[in-house]
Design a protein around this ligand. Structure first.
Ligand code: M6R
Length: 363
């Protein structure tokens, strides 16, 4: 049932404050200000390296997790797409931790990678949304997301629920490793608990994205750029857009543009810049200026829109200020909504895009 929504995807985008709160609610204890993970069959404090494997949107959640885990827990993380990982002859550390992320828990490549890592003697953790799935059964420990059934082929609420689990995991690991103090943990838990209401506020402004989507619908190529933890969100935005609107889109690390992709830029190419005013803001700005100098059409998504004048930009969307822990959840929303409204504008089959299946159970 789509309720008042036109598509399942839209319904699922709007369910995010609720399902992220549900997922966080299983992991965070507001009274003690601490994270409570399910019982683990290994000692968290002794984890030395983590291998994360997934496909598509779940892979981008894994990339976000890499930034969090390395920053908060100082544990090295390798992230790979499952179809590459399993055929690459990966090197396993004895007793290492391998983490698999999958909405369906049935993706053939991710499942094969899980079995490969298991045979390689790794501890297997799985972040899955379907509790009775094959991956949930075969993992040593399941870190469930509580997104509820996701019908739209384009993953939205499963992604932010994966982020909820992975952020909580990163904080718990940081604590177990002694890099996050009790007070810091309490502050992070409080920050995480504010996310659902912040998400709701952003969703409330979806109309502001409809005009931008009308412009995007006319484009042939679109770039999404971001730095640091927003780089995977840029890639997620590009995947979502191409998946349902069939417009060619790429996500790039803003600093990498000058190494090739900037050659694509002209007055016909919209560039969606994800640029929160964090420690990388000045760097992002100079990358965005390079784009504008080549007549690229900047659409700025930021909490600091005054960095450019209205005339300089092709469009903009105002964000609240956020930390590295909370901003991936928030910046995921405008990129989902841009993809959604662009697809609606183009008249594509949003929930059942061509050539795609909800769960890819073949290699
Ligand atoms: O069920 P999974 O999370 O394992 O699925 C992985 C990908 O197939 C999936 O995220 C796909 O990329 C989505 N259609 C993206 O919106």
């Amino acid at each position: 049932d789509k309720g008042n929504h036109r598509h399942f995807m839209q319904k699922e985008i709007f369910e995010q404050p609720t399902v992220v709160a549900q997922t966080l609610g299983r992991l965070l204890d507001p009274n003690t200000g601490s994270v409570r993970l399910p019982d683990l069959p290994f000692d968290l404090g002794s984890v030395k390296r983590i291998t994360i494997v997934a496909c598509g949107t779940s892979f981008y959640a894994g990339m976000v997790a890499k930034y969090w885990i390395e920053k908060f827990a100082r544990v090295g993380v390798d992230v790979d797409i499952a179809s590459e990982f399993r055929y690459r002859d990966p090197v396993y550390e004895t007793g290492g931790l391998a983490l698999f992320i999958s909405q369906s828990g049935e993706t053939a490549d991710t499942l094969a990678a899980l079995r490969h890592a298991k045979a390689g003697g790794q501890h297997i953790a799985a972040v899955v949304n379907v509790p009775q799935s094959t991956m949930a059964r075969e993992a040593d420990v399941v870190l469930p997301t509580y997104a509820g059934p996701e019908i739209g082929v384009a993953s939205t609420k499963a992604f932010t629920c994966q982020l909820a689990v992975l952020a909580s995991f990163a904080v718990a690991l940081g604590r177990a490793k002694g890099h996050v103090s009790e007070a810091e943990e309490a502050k992070m838990v409080a920050d995480l608990e504010r996310i659902p209401s912040q998400m709701a506020k952003i969703l409330h402004h979806q109309e502001d994205l409809v005009d931008i989507a009308r412009k995007l619908a006319k484009a042939r190529d679109i770039l999404f750029v971001g730095r640091g933890i927003h780089y995977p969100i840029a890639m997620e935005g590009a995947l979502k857009l191409k998946e349902i609107s069939y417009i060619h889109a790429e996500g790039y690390a803003a600093g990498e543009l000058k190494h090739g992709p900037i050659a694509l830029i002209d007055e016909n190419v919209p560039v969606i810049g994800l640029a929160p005013s964090d420690g990388l803001f000045d760097k992002s700005l100079s990358n965005l200026q390079e784009i504008m100098a080549r007549k690229g059409r900047l659409i700025l998504v930021s909490d600091h829109l005054t960095a450019f004048t209205e005339n300089e930009m092709h469009g903009s969307f105002a964000m609240p200020s956020a930390s590295d822990l909370t901003s991936p959840f928030l910046y995921a929303l405008p990129v989902q909504l841009l993809a959604y409204h662009t697809a609606v504008e183009k008249g594509t089959d949003v929930d059942q895009p061509r050539n795609l299946a909800k769960a890819v159970t073949v290699e």
